[in-house]
Ligand binder design. Structure first.
Ligand code: GDP
Length: 472
């Protein structure tokens, strides 16, 4: 905070003819500083900061448009129980996932690669929105496209609605597979009508939701379905840079008695190769071997391609990122940094929106929309509550956005959706079950239950204005 001319005068008196824009060495600077009553110390560039800078540069590196190459879509199958998710995945595997040699067995690794018209599609083997949303709650976005299975003889059911909300909240496009069309009671028009009622207007009715009639049992319509998935993938222009150090997501992991820790990973950027040094959480190691879903040895895995890797020091967590790094030193650094990250994650949980911190969060500009999930005992009250809340003129820049509404008690699935979407859960004449309460506590999700619609509305109004009395 001294005037530059004072500094220059001092320097001249010491025989150094420097101008304002020149640099001086440390010794000169420290002598000069003493004259101004300041003590300088030289900060050595430590190895640690160098490593950190290297890692940050690698992670922050933005791929240039010309580096990006098309990658296969990653697909999750969702829908109501017994509507045929597993059967559909089996049908796809049997007809489009060829085994490596005659008699070869397709292994369960958590994901498989199907082929149609010489193009690849990757299917996650665990159907249902629960797995999908719990990954998302951990910050991992894996799925590009959701196939929503609806049984043609049963129609849109509660878990169908959940799946729609979960996919929409994640911004993942939905393709509807109307299954079981072989059944005499199948009624395509009725299913489409129900889809319309729930915000999915079929393409052949003038909307933009692709619906494909299929029979997982008779292997009918499977090719058409996969072609539609490819079409949607093309529109999305899914791309990644294969020419950089690999970053991926662990989708499954286990300890094998003979082989040691095994992890199925899905590469998101770059190319993972045998011999690469990798880290994931506190696990690290050099990749000894990689296997594909056919049990065949792989030398490398490019973006979207799943692979089982061998060579990690311990079993990593599903949903965690996995990075290829330059050497062991960096890997060790990463693993120790992980502890700090875990602490930070805890901070992030503390940042989740609650009615109590809503006012502050809005003021700080951290949220624009208040995401809510409404569960109620009957449809009528759910709709009434949702309408009054969404109509609520709370603040110009803040909108109430209902990401899911359903009938029945508050479940773990609702909480995970709330956690993944930074939402609060409102129960009207319903309560959370024990499991949901436990998960809500862990994920720090705010649950509010009411018996009078007016009170719910009043609470939210007060919360926005920062006038809510804490719920004890
Ligand atoms: P998930 O619970 O959604 O995974 O459903 P599953 O794949 O286990 O299927 C539930 C039941 O529906 C099973 O008995 C299947 O055999 C049957 N199923 C599945 N797809 C079809 C189909 O296309 N046609 C008929 N008729 N039955 C089917």
């Amino acid at each position: 905070n001294v005037n530059p001319s004072q500094v220059i005068t001092k320097l001249i008196s010491q025989g150094i003819m420097a101008s304002q824009n020149q640099s001086i060495d440390f010794d000169t600077a420290s002598l000069l500083a003493i004259d101004f009553g300041v003590e300088l110390s030289l900060k050595e560039e430590t190895e640690e900061t160098e490593i950190e800078e290297e890692i940050m540069a690698e992670l922050d590196y933005e791929d240039k448009e010309e580096d990006l190459k098309p990658r296969p879509p990653v697909v999750t199958v969702m829908g109501h129980v017994d509507h045929g998710k597993t059967s559909l995945l089996d049908a796809i595997r049997e007809s489009h996932v060829t085994t490596s040699e005659a008699g070869g067995i397709t292994q369960h690794i958590g994901a498989s690669v199907a082929r149609i018209n010489d193009k690849k599609l990757v299917f996650l083997d665990t159907p249902g929105h629960e797995a999908f949303t719990s990954m998302r709650a951990r910050g991992a976005k894996v799925t590009d496209i959701a196939i929503l299975v609806v049984a043609a003889d049963d129609g849109v059911m509660p878990q169908t609605l959940e799946a729609i909300s979960h996919a929409k909240a994640a911004g993942v496009p939905i393709i509807v597979a109307i299954n079981k069309i072989d059944k005499p009671t199948a009624n395509l028009d009725r299913i489409k009508q129900e889809l319309v009622e729930n915000g999915l207007l079929p393409e052949d009715w003038g909307g933009d939701t692709i619906t494909v009639p299929v029979s997982a049992k008779n292997r009918e319509g499977i090719d058409e379905l996969l072609e539609m998935v490819l079409l949607v993938a093309e529109i999305q222009e899914l791309k990644a840079n294969p020419n950089r150090k690999a970053i991926g997501i662990v989708i499954e992991a286990q300890l094998d008695k003979g082989k040691g820790p095994l992890a199925t990973i899905l590469v998101q950027k770059g190319t993972l190769k045998v011999g690469d040094m990798v880290v994931s959480g506190t696990a690290s190691g050099r990749i000894r071997a990689m296997l594909d879903h056919k049990g065949k040895q792989l030398k490398k895995a490019t973006p979207s391609i799943p692979a089982v890797i061998l060579g990690l020091s311990e079993v990593p967590n599903a949903g965690d990122l996995i990075y290829a790094v330059e050497n062991e030193k960096i890997a060790r650094f990463y693993a120790s940094e992980k502890k700090n990250q875990l602490r930070e994650q805890q901070f992030k949980l503390d940042d989740r929106v609650t009615l109590e911190n809503l006012f502050e969060t809005i003021k700080e500009g951290d949220i624009q929309d208040l995401n809510i999930i409404i569960k109620a005992d009957v449809r009528g009250s759910m709709e009434a509550l949702s309408q009054s809340l969404q109509k609520l003129d709370i603040k110009e820049e803040v909108k109430v956005n209902m990401i899911h509404g359903g009938i029945g008690g508050i479940t773990e699935s609702d909480i995970m959706l709330a956690a993944a979407s930074n939402a609060i859960v409102i129960g009207f004449n319903v309560r959370p079950n024990l499991n949901a309460l436990e998960v809500a506590k862990r994920e720090k999700v705010d649950i509010r239950t009411y018996r009078v619609i007016y009170e719910a509305i009043e609470d939210i109004q007060k919360a926005v204005k920062g006038m809510l009395i804490p719920d004890i």
